[in-house]
Ligand binder design. Sequence first.
Ligand code: ADP
Ligand code: MG
Length: 346
Amino acid sequence: MVKRIALFNHKGGVSKTTTTFNLGWMLASKGKRVIMVDADPQCNLTGLVLGYKGLSELDNYYQKHPERNLQAALAPAFESRPKEITAVECIETKGRRNLFLLPGSIKLSEYEVTLGIAQELSGSIQTLQNLPGSFSYVLAKTAEAYNADYILLDMNPSLSSINQNLLLTSDYFLIPTSPDYFSVMALDSLSTVIPRWADWSRKAQTLQILTSATYPFPNVSPKFLGIIIQKYRPRSGVPAKGFQKWVNEIKTTVTDKLSPVLNRYGLLLPESTYKEAGVGKDFCLSEIADFNTLIAKSQSARTPIYALSPKQIGSGGIILKNTIKSRDAFKGIFNDLATTILALTR
Ligand SMILES: Nc1ncnc2c1ncn2[C@@H]1O[C@H](COP(=O)(O)OP(=O)(O)O)[C@@H](O)[C@H]1O
Ligand SMILES: [Mg+2]
């Protein structure tokens, strides 16, 4: 069975997209078949994989393959077409076997309001009954077609109805953060939002109108894998002082506030699973430094930092030597992160 992992934080710029790509690539290099789903109408992940620089350049892709994106795949349900939802034809990632992209679309936001209404009122309005289960259905169909082991969901930075749906119908979720004040605030607000969404989902699962729909609302309860703290400025291998303060605050917020609430709502894995995977009480799976100059090379090569070849790095001598050292350190970090995630989702 495919395992769905949502990468969620309603704050933008915390490396959701970057981590989806880097983690997806690493899981694929460990032999897993991975589909990355671009569920953000900004389509940054799609741009990264296709190597386009902006929405206008993406236009070309959508003209050529109007059916190959998440929004088009959902259209039969949202636009009441006399056609069933089917698997989406994904894009193979250049340079990495077993890694696929289900492209996003700016038009996905057009379904936001309708889905919101469906999620509030679907218990009473028959014509909306197919919407809450439709996202889960298209992902399941696509995973089946690709014989996927993992789906990684790159979500949009908001508390929208689509995020509510995707998060609560996933098997697992990860919360990427950056070491700053806003990430602490975001974790704080997620401690109230996620329980509210969990209540909604639990109720939706009991509504016959939804469970008997063409696209039934699934019976799942997502489990928290942990957080990632990314983009700190390092000093002698650890976060510089100004960053360390926020790293600590983030960890404290997860330990004292978020995780106890998630526990009460049944959104944690068994304690022994975290223990065996080496995950502590702060649920911090990885601390990842700023990629610095490597980020631009990674983006232009459409390849994770840690997988850049000397040719892609493009310099020589001592600079190349130092860059390779840094690249290999990141490789170790992402390798450990993927190993932990494999252990948690076994
Ligand atoms: N570890 C990192 N070091 C340097 N830059 C990073 C790192 N992680 C992400 N970025 C950059 O930060 C910006 C935001 O990251 P992104 O993954 O798009 O965040 P999100 O998807 O949460 O909005 C992007 O420009 C990305 O290239
Ligand atoms: Mg993003």
